[in-house]
Design a protein around this ligand. Structure first.
Ligand SMILES: Cc1ncc(COP(=O)(O)O)c(C=O)c1O
Length: 473
């Protein structure tokens, strides 16, 4: 167990035992460092974990105090039960309508999929963009055609090592964000009419890709902490001609779930036995709250069947549209698709990101970003406890910036969305993440913004909306 987790667990046990009672002051960070021989970062992390679980409350300029919320934690969302059988998907209209509401800067962005721009190193990126454009060898516009700039592919391959993954630069194709990598992967391994296994719920862009390419979705049940149910997937493989799986095995969007390592290994083995490619969407890989990164399923791939899709959009440079696919045995086919669809990924952007990575400082930026996201998560969970009526379900994820909230069964998430938007607040309603309009009582909240009184007030307003809808039935 990580040191901060062990420390948080020790302190939680002391609170549960009644040695430290609600309202009492917790040891200061400095005192914890001295007594427990841990670094300030470990002590802070431990307090964030305790705060997320309701064991402590932090009071500005005063320190940490024992809270009460741990005595009645919200329940976990239930295992999902999508209808059996594959289906065509018609989701785009609903998704576009809802996304339209999120674009307005005046709207509180709890429904947005984007983290706050305030968390990213714009000035340094701009410097690299300027200097790389000035210094760029015009011949590199030819040399960096797909699979993409050599140096950048080497840098990405080296970063995989920290995730316990051996990826050769040769299997990496640079793309315009993860979304292009995912779409190219899907086109590479399927044809119109094929059936694709996906998680229920899943990221709406996955549903839109399935719709757009004339495929059929087979929704597989998931658990809120661990993600896809492998037994259900195995049964589905026995019954359907599944041509590919598109899964998010780490910090799943929208659930926040992470498939444990042994299950990732089992997943890859199961799919290899049936020669089914896995399109692994790992857009949030760098946003882990633990010090250690989480291994992707790709780390267990011996057959070259995992097409692992990554991006800098969520962790470094939103809007630069730089991502990649590490496509295993499908790399060459994917590269050809890339050439026939958009030819190349913007070359000055490839140079700029490569130069940023070469200069150093990326890891320091990531540490700050992860810490900010963990704090924001804790603040959002605290706001939910304070403002939401009892009966909602949630699991604090170990990374990313989403919270998936299951509301009481009689609360309609589309109504929550409509009424909240009326109050200038967006939420992402559950049906956006379903092939068949399911998850009617679920919403996804974005915690990717520094926590402010405005956000706290928005959660309070949402709480009132939920209470009203729950009573109105
Ligand atoms: C799960 C998931 N995958 C992929 C993407 C797309 O990433 P990119 O912006 O790099 O195309 C997103 C963006 O919201 C996402 O949430």
């Amino acid at each position: 167990m990580k040191r901060y987790r062990a420390l948080a667990e020790e302190l939680a046990a002391t609170i549960r035992a009644g040695t430290l009672r609600p309202g009492e002051r917790m040891p200061s960070v400095r005192q914890l460092c001295r007594d427990q021989r841990v670094s300030p970062a470990t002590a802070m992390h431990a307090y964030e974990a305790l705060e997320a679980a309701g064991y402590v409350e932090s009071r500005p300029r005063s320190g940490h105090y024992v809270g009460r919320a741990w005595q009645t934690p919200p329940a976990e969302p239930r295992r999902t039960r999508p209808p059996a059988g594959s289906t065509r998907v018609e989701i785009s209209e609903l998704v576009f309508q809802i996304l339209e509401g999120v674009r307005d800067r005046e709207v509180v962005p709890l429904g947005s999929a984007f983290p706050s721009p305030a968390l990213f190193p714009w000035a340094r990126l701009a410097r690299h963009l300027g200097s790389s454009a000035r210094r760029m060898d015009p011949w590199s516009t030819v040399k960096s055609l797909p699979p993409g700039m050599d140096e950048l592919r080497h840098q990405i391959a080296r970063r995989y090592l920290a995730f316990g993954c051996q990826v050769a630069p040769d299997e990496i194709v640079i793309t315009s964000g993860a979304l292009e990598a995912l779409n190219l992967s899907l086109q590479t391994v399927t044809r119109a009419g094929d059936t694709i296994a996906i998680e229920a719920p899943t990221f709406y862009a996955c549903l839109q890709a399935i719709e757009q390419h004339g495929l059929k979705a087979l929704e597989i049940p998931t658990r809120p902490r661990e993600g896809i149910d492998l037994d259900a997937l195995e049964k589905a493989i026995g019954r359907h001609a599944i041509k590919a799986c598109w899964l998010m095995t780490t910090f799943q969007n929208p659930l926040g779930a992470t498939l444990p390592e042994d299950k990732k290994r089992a997943l890859v083995k199961l799919l290899a036995r049936h020669e089914i490619p896995l399109i692994e969407d790992d857009a949030y890989a760098e946003l882990h709250f633990d010090e250690e990164p989480v291994k992707p399923a790709k780390a267990f791939d011996e057959a070259g069947l995992v097409l692992h899709c990554g991006t800098f959009s969520k962790c470094l440079a939103p809007g630069y549209r730089l991502g990649w696919a590490a496509a295993g045995r499908h790399a060459q086919a994917l590269q050809r698709r890339k050439i026939t669809s958009t030819l190349a990924t913007s070359i000055p952007i490839q140079h700029a990101i490569s130069q940023y990575l070469a200069e150093g400082g990326y890891d320091a930026h990531l540490r700050r970003l992860r810490q900010a996201l963990a704090q924001q998560h804790a603040a959002a969970l605290r706001a939910l406890r304070e403002h939401f009526p009892d009966g909602y379900r949630v699991v604090p994820p170990a990374g990313g910036y989403f919270l998936w909230i299951e509301l009481p069964d009689d609360v309609d998430a589309l109504e929550v969305h409509r009424l909240a938007l009326h109050e200038g607040i967006s939420v992402a309603p559950g049906p956006m993440f379903s092939a068949r309009g399911g998850f009617r009582c679920c919403i996804r909240l974005n915690t990717g913004h520094p926590w402010t009184d405005e956000l706290d007030g928005a959660v309070a307003t949402l709480g009132r909306v939920v209470r009203r809808l729950a009573r109105g039935k």
